[in-house]
Ligand binder design. Structure first.
Ligand SMILES: C[S@@+](CC[C@H](N)C(=O)[O-])C[C@H]1O[C@@H](n2cnc3c(N)ncnc32)[C@H](O)[C@@H]1O
Length: 223
């Protein structure tokens, strides 16, 4: 979502003024994407800033993202990883859209982080399972899931396997613009998001906190 749930435009502007300035390529990504009909899929600037500081706290060197779109979250993460680790940084970026990720590649090149981003165009469950099969279990510090909501449970399991102990798995849109508390909403997406919340809360493998960052961000720390 392009704006954080429940925030007035004035508060969004205040957050922007309080946070470090966005990299010029992030600004261009945001401004170009605003003109697209699907612009609401982009994460908010303050969520990007949060992910950058989280990557720093974790000293993250290797991350994966499910749901690239025009590349904002991937770019935010890659900028921080490359600043900390140079070309040893690695961002595995998963999406199914050639069209949208072609735009993303432009911003990544502009910011000089394209060399630390590996974009794989395929259903993300296939990509993540292939990485597990290739022996990359435990090899990632941070994962961000921001794609098809009905696949959340599969992303949760694969994501946890790819993370090292102490690594963090983030799920976007867990408040789903408020639809999760609408009893009349029994759609497959909303039902999957409610099930994800229940699963994370009861899972002894993680410490989980649901927050109202962006459209709701579920934070799971692997034990
Ligand atoms: C909400 S957008 C991601 C927004 C992005 N994180 C950003 O910062 O702008 C969701 C993306 O998930 C992708 N997607 C949908 N189903 C997918 C799947 N099965 N595997 C991988 N990507 C998928 C879509 O093509 C779309 O680009």
């Amino acid at each position: 979502m392009s704006s954080s749930l429940g925030l007035t435009p004035e508060l969004v502007a205040y957050l922007a003024s309080a946070n470090p300035p966005e990299h010029p390529a992030l600004v261009r990504c945001r401004e170009d994407t605003r003109r697209m009909t699907q612009s609401a899929m982009q994460i908010s600037a303050e969520q990007g800033a949060f992910m950058q500081v989280l990557a720093r706290i974790l000293n993250a060197k290797r991350t994966f993202e499910v749901g690239v779109f025009t590349g904002y979250s991937t770019l935010a993460t890659a900028l921080t990883l490359k600043e900390m680790h140079g070309r040893a940084a690695h961002v595995l970026a998963c999406d199914v859209s050639e069209e949208w990720t072609t735009k993303a590649r432009d911003y990544w090149r502009e910011a000089n982080v394209d060399d630390v981003i590996e974009l794989v165009i395929a259903p993300a469950t296939t990509t993540l399972k292939a990485r597990i099969a290739a022996g990359q279990g435990g090899a990632y510090d941070l994962g961000f899931i921001d794609a098809d909501k009905q696949t959340s449970a599969a992303y949760y399991e694969a994501g946890l396997e790819l993370l090292r102990p102490g690594g963090v798995l983030l799920f976007d849109n867990v408040l789903w613009a408020g639809r999760v508390v609408d009893p009349a909403d029994t759609s497959a997406d909303t039902t999957a998001l409610r099930a994800l919340a229940v699963k994370a809360k009861a899972d002894p493998r993680v410490h989980a906190a649901m927050t109202n960052i962006g459209d709701g961000l579920l934070i799971c720390v692997k034990k």
